[in-house]
Design a protein around this ligand. Structure first.
Ligand code: SF4
Ligand code: SF4
Length: 331
């Protein structure tokens, strides 16, 4: 399987993330799985005329592209011309290249939330007219259009995240190459379900505090970050606390609330990222699948039953009350 990777309107962080993959030698591991890296802007030695010749051959169909990975948003500006990002040495906008290559690609992958939805690049007034490959924020469409299908008949595979997890990328590439991933393995937004069927809340180290609604009040506190500090882990589809990052940890274990970076539109939550919006003291962003009345009732019950240890430890940066010693052996 030939893999071609292009970058457009992003920060390059998804490539930086990929380089943190656990494998000893990422390129060799991909090669052993049958993936031939045609070109990657940060990993390949070819440059200039060699690269342009390769892209020409891919666009003509002379060199097959099985896995087309696009990192970064599609920059359509100014006024739809795409001239905000000309592919150096070709005299053509990147969006024109992406359209040509996507028409030839067996599978097209959006690497990161910029490529999937527009992401951070599409925030604010979006002067660059940034969008994703097949989404413009929450709206299907994007650069390639809602009806786009790759040569294999798939929609764009949205390996969303900002950055995306290195193992999400590698597992998707290997799944496609080894025939272990099929279209049913994508959720309604085109994200691989092996990570998108989880919530960030799953496996969070602060779950005991969440159960009792024992909440952090400042970033260094140990308590749950949902009530005051903007955590969206109960709504964000990802397995960040089941599949740790860089060998261990996640945003939340690092003390920072989940901002739901795998979701379309995450870059414009309508409030500061580290603040929880509330109406009458109740967070407006309630957990997925839970009616508001249940949440309010459970929260009131939980708070009334919070053990002193959990309440006191929630508002400090290291535990100050240890769990009680049992008088009898645990049963
Ligand atoms: S998704 Fe985030 S990390 Fe990846 S290129 Fe865009 S801004 Fe950078
Ligand atoms: S900090 Fe966020 S993810 Fe962790 S338990 Fe609280 S709501 Fe869930």
């Amino acid at each position: 399987m030939n893999l071609l990777w292009l970058q457009s309107g992003g920060c390059g962080g998804c490539t930086m993330s990929l380089l943190c993959h656990d494998s000893h030698d990422l390129v060799a591991m991909l090669r052993d799985a049958g993936i031939n890296l045609l070109w990657h802007p940060a990993l390949s030695e070819q440059t200039g005329a060699e690269t342009v010749a390769l892209l020409d051959a891919c666009a003509r169909g002379d060199t097959p592209v099985d896995l087309l990975c696009i990192e970064g948003a599609m920059l359509r500006g100014p006024q739809g011309t795409g001239r905000f990002h000309m592919l150096a040495g070709t005299g053509r906008p990147m969006i024109a290249w992406v359209k040509d290559l996507a028409a030839r690609a067996r599978y097209t992958l959006a690497i990161g939330s910029c490529a999937a939805w527009g992401g951070i690049t599409a925030g604010g007034m979006n002067p660059a007219e940034a969008c994703g490959l097949q989404y413009d924020g929450e709206t299907r469409g994007g650069l390639l259009g809602a009806d786009y299908r790759s040569v294999a008949g798939w929609p764009v595979i949205n390996v969303a995240g900002c950055p995306t997890h290195p193992a999400w990328v590698v597992e998707t590439l290997l799944g496609l190459t080894l025939g272990e991933l099929d279209p049913d393995g994508l959720d309604a937004l085109g994200r691989p379900r092996f990570y998108a069927d989880h919530l960030v809340h799953h496996g969070c180290s602060r779950n005991e505090f969440y159960e009792f609604k024992a909440s952090a009040e400042k970033a260094s506190d140990l308590g749950c970050l949902m009530e005051n500090l903007g955590c969206m882990g109960t709504q964000a589809h990802a397995d960040c606390n089941v599949r740790p990052w860089n060998g261990g940890g996640s945003c939340i274990t690092g003390g920072y609330a989940c901002i739901a970076c795998t979701e379309p539109g995450f870059e414009e939550p309508g409030h500061p990222f580290a603040t929880t919006p509330k109406v009458a003291g109740i967070p407006t962003g309630l957990p997925s699948d839970m009616p508001k009345a249940w949440f309010v009732a459970l929260a009131a019950l939980s708070k009334s039953a919070t053990p002193k240890r959990v309440r006191d430890n929630a508002r400090v940066d290291h535990p100050v009350v240890a769990p009680a010693l049992r008088k009898a052996r645990p049963k």
